[in-house]
Design a protein. Structure first.
Length: 498
């Protein structure tokens, strides 16, 4: 059966989702022949088909990668391929590897794609440090210099002597990329096949060494350190992805970090007993080893409060989560790899009396997100936490909220399964922010429970179709305004036409 993907499926805390139907249809037959430059069939060629990628498709065991092997007459076949944009990597012993990019499979008609492989050529050399020391296990990537749909992309690893060899590239001109742990990525343009004496010298990345201590200056044995970038024009910093390092049982609290590039940075350190804390900013350049960076962990601030219902009874099990005061719980913000803030994200639950306490918060301005499966969400913004102080929040009362339900009808009048319904707050209390999404069940029905009082925009969108603009058109055509009050129920129907 053809591949199918359903996106933007959100499950709220305590919510049970049923009725989502995913229908798999027959895929498209993709076939062809693998031949050499003289038109002779190539038997035993390996073909890997996967979703569009900038590099070669590898057989990593993923169910999204399909494989085939050419027969004695060079023919191959993928019997059932779902609609989508694909890449196909073809290789055979003695021939150059080829990756065909941007293979757009649409409709239901069979697709023929023949592949021509050229005789393999070689590129070789060594990867060295600035002192001339061979670098083992460095990654070397070769990219063909072409704008054709068929390209060659190959990857090898250096041996113990720092040597590398490509023996599966077609004749031509390549760009080589060199990657080694602890070194700056290097690039060598316009390397011709047949070049066997290429020596590449790698520039070491900046190295940072320092210590993590507590408020009394005593070394902290177990902690995590990472790098942060100051955000220009602000007093905040942004965490750098893939720089975190866990340190265990350090007698003197020491750490060492490789910096991915030159510039101005801050080291953040955190553990289970303190608030995340930061070093003073520092500048560093390629090849430099900077020592003496110290991060002193502070106790941080404490946030306390109580969550109650409309009668004043404490609510047990409410989830309390802290974010930066500018944070918004929507798909855009959730897609960001990092956020420029020193605010600490922590999560706790209320006890039987509805009380909660969050310790180890960095000094910052926060929003406090309060949720429970049986109540409407509430968010408190502008909560200022100071290091060493305790903030006692006013009692937080959760409302039961309103209910909005209905059916999304398609062009035929029948309910649309899997349609998306969005609810966005238009206005209301300053500390309430709502952006909800749900999907219809098999009969096209949807429900939003525990919606805070206020005025909303609500719109529906049919399940993804071949037309990428259809979803936006649906949202525009179905947009409605609805006002809800505490404890009431509302019905909002949608009719989506072609």
């Amino acid at each position: 059966l053809g591949r199918k993907e359903e996106g933007n499926i959100q499950i709220a805390e305590g919510e049970a989702r049923e009725g989502l139907v995913i229908t798999l249809g027959d895929g498209v037959r993709l076939y062809g022949r693998v031949i050499d430059s003289s038109g002779n069939p190539i038997s035993g060629a390996s073909l890997l088909l996967g979703m569009a990628s900038l590099g070669s498709i590898s057989d990593d065991g993923s169910p999204d990668v399909l494989s085939s092997t050419s027969s004695a007459d060079g023919s191959y076949e993928f019997g059932s391929v779902g609609n989508g944009n694909y890449s196909m990597t073809v290789q055979a012993e003695g021939f150059g590897r080829v990756t065909i990019q941007q293979m757009n499979i649409t409709g239901q008609a069979a697709v023929q794609r023949d592949v021509t492989l050229d005789v393999a050529y070689m590129i070789g050399g060594s990867v060295l440090s600035e002192e001339g020391r061979p670098l083992a296990k460095a990654t070397v990537q070769a990219f063909s210099m072409t704008n054709r749909a068929e390209t060659t992309r190959s990857t090898v690893e250096t041996n113990a002597a720092g040597e590398f060899l490509f023996d599966d590239v077609s004749q031509g001109v390549y760009t080589l990329m060199f990657i080694a742990e602890g070194y700056k990525n290097e690039r060598e343009p316009r390397v011709e096949t047949g070049e066997m004496g290429l020596n590449k010298t790698m520039t070491p990345l900046p190295q940072i060494r320092g210590r993590v201590v507590d408020g009394l200056g005593e070394p902290v044995p177990n902690f995590t350190v990472l790098l942060r970038n100051p955000v220009q024009g602000t007093e905040t910093t942004m965490a750098m992805p893939d720089t975190a390092k866990n340190v265990k049982d350090s007698k003197d609290g020491s750490f060492a970090l490789s910096c991915p590039n030159h510039g101005t940075f801050v080291v953040e350190a955190k553990d289970d007993k303190h608030a995340p804390s930061f070093s003073e900013p520092f500048e560093i350049v390629y090849g430099q080893e900077l020592t003496g960076v110290v991060v002193q962990l502070s106790e941080g601030g404490i946030l306390r409060g109580r969550v109650v219902d409309a009668t004043g009874q404490g609510i047990r099990g409410a989830r309390i989560k802290t974010h930066d005061t500018e944070y918004s719980d929507d798909p855009f913000w959730r897609s960001l790899p990092a956020f420029p803030s020193e605010a600490t994200e922590k999560e706790v639950r209320t006890n039987a009396s509805g009380d909660f306490e969050i310790t180890g918060l960095s000094a910052a301005t926060y929003q406090v997100d309060v949720r429970h499966a049986k109540f409407a969400q509430t968010i408190k913004t502008g909560v200022v936490v100071v290091d060493g102080d305790m903030v006692e929040l006013p009692e937080i009362q959760l409302a039961a909220g309103a209910t909005i339900s209905g059916t999304v009808h398609g062009p035929s009048g029948a309910g649309l399964s899997g349609a998306m319904v969005q609810l966005q707050l238009e206005g209301g209390a300053e500390d309430v922010q709502v952006n909800l999404t749900t999907r219809t069940d098999a009969q096209g029905r949807y429900t939003f429970n525990h919606v805070p009082s206020g005025s909303y925009h609500i719109h529906a969108q049919r399940r993804g179709a071949d037309n990428p603009f259809q979803g936006s058109l649906d949202l525009q055509k179905t947009k409605k305004r609805i006002s809800v009050s505490e404890g009431d129920s509302y019905v909002q129907e949608f009719n989506i036409s072609n």
